[in-house]
Design a protein around this ligand. Structure first.
Ligand code: 6CS
Ligand code: FE
Length: 304
């Protein structure tokens, strides 16, 4: 299936247009739990309700300590051999320290296997009510002392505008390879924020991704929008041992502070998109981003 065939949405009737003159909040028009088909899965009814209500669910120690340690070894090996000029390798702002490496499911056997793990894939299929494919995968290193912040954003806003993801039918998973604690820059999520779409102010610059992956300045909410969302839902920063996973809805507002602690906060980030929601033409006015950021092969993942 190609993205163009899969989408019936035209830009003129796009409920999620963004990059406007003045920010605006508009209600989400898509379901959160999509159960069109009878995929059963690993999550309980209570898990699904919490995810529906909050826009995220934290699974402590979904992977055990040995599994997490093996992944961390592999992540550190990849960073050692990475060249900041290679496609898919992103450096921290103002330095050559590795911030992110993309397309893990293609460059590493171990991460390819993890991205097919039933604990992840079957949960994604259950939430999205369909077959799923990997839209994006990356390691975010958040190194001790040097790991800089990720400013507040909704992943969906960027994926819709810059990659052409039609609807809110994707789930992001941040799987911690190190302990996540209050000091090493944990991901902060805003409960309930997935219910509103925040149209962001500003025009998308050319080749925006070259800057945004180091420090994002477009496709981010205004201070007033953030204040409103946090007034309504508060903030949560789930912490726990290596191997814990935070599943969050693609439109949940999130961000993380710099890591000034002596502990890295390294995590695997993998995004499952619904196959019928495959990306098409971007909804913004720039050409599509490279495929290491947004896959354009939509092969359903078979959990193994
Ligand atoms: O660009 C992306 O696909 C993701 N990364 C960042 C820093 N912001 C938007 C989205 O979550
Ligand atoms: Fe994000």
């Amino acid at each position: 299936m190609t993205g163009t065939q899969s989408s019936t949405l035209h830009k003129t009737e796009d409920p999620y247009f963004s990059r406007v003159d003045e920010w605006e909040a508009t209600p989400r028009v898509d379901p959160i739990i999509w159960q069109e088909t009878s995929h059963t899965g690993p999550w309980s009814g209570a898990d699904l309700s919490a995810y529906q209500q909050d826009g995220f669910l934290f699974k402590r120690q979904l992977f055990d300590a040995d599994e997490a340690a093996a992944m961390l070894t592999e992540a550190d090996r990849l960073a050692k051999v990475a060249n900041p000029h290679d496609e898919g390798v992103v450096a921290e702002p103002g330095s050559r320290i590795v911030r992110s490496i993309f397309r893990l499911h293609r460059i590493s056997d171990l991460f390819q296997q993890i991205c097919r793990d039933p604990r992840l894939v079957n949960a994604a299929r259950q939430i999205l009510g369909s077959e799923v494919y990997i839209h994006q995968s990356r390691i975010n290193y958040k190194p001790a002392f040097d790991g800089k912040e990720f400013f507040w954003h909704s992943d969906f806003e960027t994926w819709h505008v810059e990659d052409g993801m039609p609807r809110m039918r994707a789930v992001s998973i941040s799987l911690s390879l190190t302990e996540t604690n209050p000091f090493n820059g944990p991901l902060i999520v805003v409960p309930g924020s997935h219910q509103m779409f925040i149209r962001c102010a500003g025009q998308t610059p050319e080749n925006h991704f070259e800057k945004s992956l180091r420090k994002q300045e477009y496709g981010v909410p205004s201070r007033d929008a953030m204040t409103m969302l946090v007034d309504q839902g508060g903030m949560a920063a789930p912490t726990g041992p290596a191997g814990s996973a935070l599943f969050f809805e693609c439109n949940t507002m999130h961000g993380s502070a710099s890591n000034i602690s002596p502990f890295p906060r390294t995590n695997l980030f993998v995004v499952f998109n619904s196959v019928p929601n495959a990306v098409c033409e971007p909804f913004g006015d720039q050409p599509p981003r490279p495929e290491y950021l947004a896959e354009r092969e939509f092969d359903a993942v078979t959990p193994t």
